[in-house]
Design a binder for this molecule. Structure first.
Ligand SMILES: [Zn+2]
Length: 298
């Protein structure tokens, strides 16, 4: 899966530290990241390459001994096309332009090489979104400040504390004997078969989310809900939790057409998908296809 970067090791422990010359700097503008490709491999600028641009740098994480920082351009400054730093920061265009680098949509991180560099990029983008949307206190409107002991933003006025936001969601493999329920989303660019999925609502357990989402999307009752694995999925700001479960009773699908374009029961030999080593959804479908996961009924 996307987070499996072995033998590289992702270190998420917070450090109160400043970037050095060769540390990597992640620069984002909306849904794009400042990158270059060298011999097909994804690269980020180093602090040295940032050329003294006026920025705040937030420590993100390390992979092996390499540190990654997020650049937050100082308001009121940007680099013009000839590389000079001039006043005139605008939220509509990127503040930082570096020779040899270009802004690419973060969707490239799904498949870009190397795997650990791509995982760093999408994880950094999740944190960027959190820093961006929490620049001001949601309670009193003052400017938030980063804490130095942990990854937290606090309001000097009303002492509001804000921690990184992760939205838990479930992926569900519904089993009906030797068949699995697969579906296609309505109105999305992703057109491959998927499993039932949805965000956990306030006031429910992950298992209750499983039962509710299956009922809402395909009108089926389920039982024997069992946890499989989880996955950080920064593209939607989520922690995905995978579950398998068995159909309980009637197998007649009643499709919620606002969410799904189609859904049906598929046996192992009807599944033509291959493992993409990226998503939990795909791994769960492969586990079923290869007979490693079986329905407990019939
Ligand atoms: Zn406040």
């Amino acid at each position: 899966m996307i987070q499996d970067i072995y033998p590289k090791v992702y270190h998420n422990e917070y450090q109160d530290t400043k970037p050095e010359e060769n540390d990597f700097i992640l620069v984002f503008h909306k849904n794009t990241a400042l990158v270059r490709f060298r011999e097909g491999k994804l690269r980020y600028p180093t602090l040295k390459e940032m050329g003294g641009f006026p920025c705040d740098y937030y420590y993100l994480f390390s992979i092996d001994n390499y540190k990654y920082f997020l650049a937050h351009p100082a308001e009121g400054w940007k680099r013009n096309e000839s590389g000079e730093i001039v006043s005139g920061f605008s939220h509509d265009e990127p503040a930082i332009i570096l020779e040899g680098y270009r802004y690419e949509n973060v969707s490239i991180f799904r498949t870009a090489d190397s795997r650990h560099t791509a995982f760093a990029g999408i994880t950094a983008h999740h944190l960027f979104g959190w820093y961006q949307t929490n620049q001001f206190c949601g309670r009193c409107g003052r400017k938030m400040k980063p804490d130095h002991k942990e990854r937290m933003l606090f309001c000097p006025g009303c002492h509001n504390m804000v921690y990184p936001r992760i939205s838990p969601a479930v992926i569900v493999g519904v089993l009906n004997g030797d068949k699995i329920l697969m579906s296609k989303y309505a109105g999305r660019s992703y057109t491959n078969y998927a499993l039932i999925a949805g965000f956990t609502e306030i006031g429910e357990s992950a298992e209750q989310t499983v039962a509710r989402e299956v009922m809402e999307e395909v009108g089926l009752k389920v039982k024997n809900i069992r946890y499989y694995k989880s996955q950080p999925w920064a593209f939607s700001g989520s922690l995905l939790m995978g579950f398998f479960c068995d159909l309980d009773g009637d197998d007649q699908i009643r499709l919620d057409t606002s969410e799904l374009a189609e859904a049906g029961w598929y046996s192992r030999d009807e599944i033509s998908l291959e493992n993409d080593n990226v998503s939990l959804t795909r791994e769960m479908i492969m586990m079923f296809k290869e007979g490693k996961i079986k329905g407990t009924l019939r």
